[in-house]
Design a protein around this ligand. Structure first.
Ligand code: AQP
Length: 334
């Protein structure tokens, strides 16, 4: 049977990139009636320093953002990672399955560690093994993610295959990444070659789920672009990363293909396209922001939802991790 798992780090406020590349698609999968398990991966977040009070706040805010965007905690399982111990337990097993060489090739680690890799946490290096554990603790068959997570998903498949092979079992599924639609690679508003990211030092580079309508409009109007009009065909955007990004964002927000956006706006200057995009972004994002702020008034209710989700998640993951211990040869006598 199909089971979807995915997660987002509460390492900052959610961005338009997280929304279009992940959250919006999480809601679509839920609404298709598929079994969906969604996790706020707080243990991933602490691979780089997080202020404890802010981590708590950001985790609740992300939960509120999920619900505001359409995740229904009665239909999807929604929880924070650290409340379900299977993740950490299986991650350790996978640390012993994954090879140093595999991990060393991960571009996200290289990007985040930069030249200073002696001084980053061991957790940042092991991040993809924990991510494989998140997915495989549920034997998830499909993982909707943005383009940037493709390499980590391949590693998850390698870990599953090596585990099955090492122990001579057909236990873990070879999980499929689901990377589809115009929103899987939302780029920075300041640099069309860099992905939009929570941790970018420039707040102008991203739209946050907490931005109000004025702020959204201002950021889009100020977004970096070139001086040419929009072409009628996608080929015309080949060397125009900033223009392509705005067209993709429009397409993802409007549920259109990028080509359909160009067909509609061929010949338009950014002086008119940007206000149209700003209006569209505000009309999609503002109701979510408003609802998220309302939900944040009752933090106890958010914590209750996460706790309940964790109990349901644990009911799936616990027997799977117990089977793993048996396969590996660990005694369980209590
Ligand atoms: N710019 C993006 N475009 C499309 N999808 C994106 N995602 C993130 N940025 C974009 C997708 O959102 C999901 C959750 O990502 P994450 O928070 O777990 O980690 P990340 O990819 O590292 O996101 P950020 O915003 O860049 O966070 P920081 O700055 O903390 O590293 C994933 O499915 C991801 O593909």
């Amino acid at each position: 049977a199909t089971r979807i798992f995915s997660g987002i780090q509460p390492s900052g406020g959610l961005t338009l990139g997280n929304y279009l590349g992940a959250l919006k698609r999480f809601v679509e999968k839920q609404d298709e009636g598929i079994e969906t398990v969604y996790c706020l991966v707080d243990m991933h977040a602490i691979t780089v320093w997080q202020d404890p009070a802010r981590l708590r706040q950001q985790t609740r805010e992300a939960a509120a953002g999920f619900i505001a965007a359409g995740i229904d905690p009665a239909r999807s399982i929604l929880f924070n990672q650290s409340q379900v111990h299977a993740h950490a337990e299986l991650a350790w097993i996978f640390n012993c399955v994954a090879r140093m060489g595999w991990m060393s090739r991960m571009t996200q680690f290289k990007d985040k560690a930069g030249k200073n890799s002696e001084n980053v946490s061991l957790g940042l290096f092991a991040y993809p093994a924990l991510m494989a554990a998140d997915i495989l603790a549920y034997k998830a068959t499909h993982v909707p993610v943005g383009e940037d997570q493709k390499q980590h998903l391949e590693l998850c498949r390698d870990i599953a295959a090596k585990f099955n092979n090492d122990f001579g079992v057909d236990f873990f599924p070879i999980t499929e990444p689901v990377i589809e639609g115009a929103g899987t690679r939302v780029m920075s508003l300041r640099d069309g070659t860099k992905k939009m990211s929570k941790s970018d030092p420039s707040d102008q580079s991203r739209i946050n789920l907490t931005d109000d309508a004025d702020m959204i409009a201002k950021k889009i109007k100020k977004a970096k672009t070139d001086a040419e009009a929009l072409p009628g065909e996608m080929d015309g955007l080949a060397d125009r990363p900033e223009a392509r990004n705005l067209v993709n964002i429009y397409a993802a927000l409007a549920d259109m293909t990028p080509q359909a956006v160009l067909t509609q706006h061929a010949g338009a200057q950014f002086g008119s396209f940007k206000p149209a995009l700003a209006d569209l972004a505000v009309s999609v994002m503002s109701p979510i922001t408003t609802e998220m702020n309302r939900l944040m008034q009752d933090v106890a209710e958010i914590d209750r939802i996460l706790g309940e989700g964790a109990v349901r998640a644990d009911a799936i993951a616990r027997p799977i991790v117990n089977d793993v211990y048996d396969i590996v040869g660990m005694i369980r006598s209590r």
